[in-house]
Ligand binder design. Structure first.
Ligand code: GUN
Length: 292
């Protein structure tokens, strides 16, 4: 079993991004600038956005963090997005999800200038992705493709099972893995919470991508010997042995599944770090596409 090491791969990719950013600046380009909007104070969202801002500093990007109250109206939030759309200094915009229940995420995402949509969530970005046109890929699936590429894992002809059908992971992941590319060229089955006999699918999978958001949902009896397992889940569970009283686990029962695998991502230090790489690559691309 080989661990797919998010620390190693993201370190390598961040070094590439840093160098490319310096070259861009040396040729007259301006520093990439990411603007993040955080609505309310969901602790997980706080942590994710904090990490994104920290990575901007590390890579030599500018960043703006806009903190807005949980009771902001949808119209006022869209007005804030429009200000960033019209701000020439800003290259990339992300609105951290989930949003409070009274705000439609679709309406807010639709308001983002597609040229600044570094999360790749806008219908124009997603449409381009479906058609295989150059675009901003959603950060997590993009990061997973970068990881498979780094380890030179040839997925051609593999049976790939994606568990989860969200717009931000499961659906784009299914598409990218089936595309005529490597990584890609796989025969992909999308499973989800209503799939009957999930095990019948996963036991036949050469690669399982788990993005279902349920702690340790994929158990050893669901995985065939030699499979590749990519764990997208980040779930906080109680753990009285920890000082904080909790710890993070993935969607995969790592301790029991890992011995069966050819490759597996850990949680933490796996896919989460790759998501940041996808976002940062998109932000640099947005800055370059905007021009000097
Ligand atoms: N919430 C969970 N994942 C993401 C992500 O990749 N981007 C944003 N904006 N919100 C998220």
């Amino acid at each position: 079993m080989q661990l797919l090491d998010g620390v190693l791969v993201s370190g390598h990719i961040k070094e590439q991004i840093k160098n490319e950013t310096l070259e861009w600046q040396a040729s007259g380009g301006k520093k990439p600038h990411l603007a993040a909007i955080l609505v309310g104070n969901n602790p997980a969202s706080e942590a994710y956005v904090g990490s994104k801002v920290k990575h901007c500093e590390e890579l030599g990007f500018d960043s703006t963090l806009l903190r807005l109250s949980a009771d902001i109206s949808e119209a006022d939030l869209i007005a804030e997005v429009n200000k960033l759309n019209n701000d020439d200094k800003v290259d990339g915009i992300l609105v951290q999800l989930p949003l409070p229940a009274h705000i439609s995420p679709d309406s807010v995402i639709n308001a983002i200038d597609p040229g600044k949509d570094v999360d790749g969530f806008h219908p124009i970005s997603q449409g381009r992705m479906v058609l295989g046109q150059p675009t901003f890929l959603p950060a997590t699936p993009y990061g997973i493709m970068l990881m498979l590429e780094y380890y030179k894992i040839d997925t051609t002809g593999m049976n790939c099972v994606v568990i989860g059908r969200s717009n931000i992971v499961g659906t784009p992941m299914t598409l990218l893995m089936s595309r005529a590319s490597n990584p890609g060229n796989a025969t992909v089955t999308m499973c989800h919470s209503k799939t009957k006999n999930l095990k019948d699918f996963t036991r036949n999978a050469d690669i399982i991508i788990a993005a279902i958001g349920r702690p340790r949902y994929v158990t050893a009896d669901m995985v065939k010997e030699g499979a590749i397992v990519i764990d997208v889940g980040i779930n906080r569970i109680d753990d009285p042995t920890k000082k904080s009283g909790s710890r993070l686990v993935g969607d995969v029962d790592f301790d029991n599944v890992a011995p069966l695998c050819s490759y597996i991502t850990p949680v933490p230090k796996g896919v989460g770090l790759m998501t940041i790489c996808g976002l940062m690559k998109n932000t640099l691309l947005a800055a370059k596409l905007k021009g000097k």
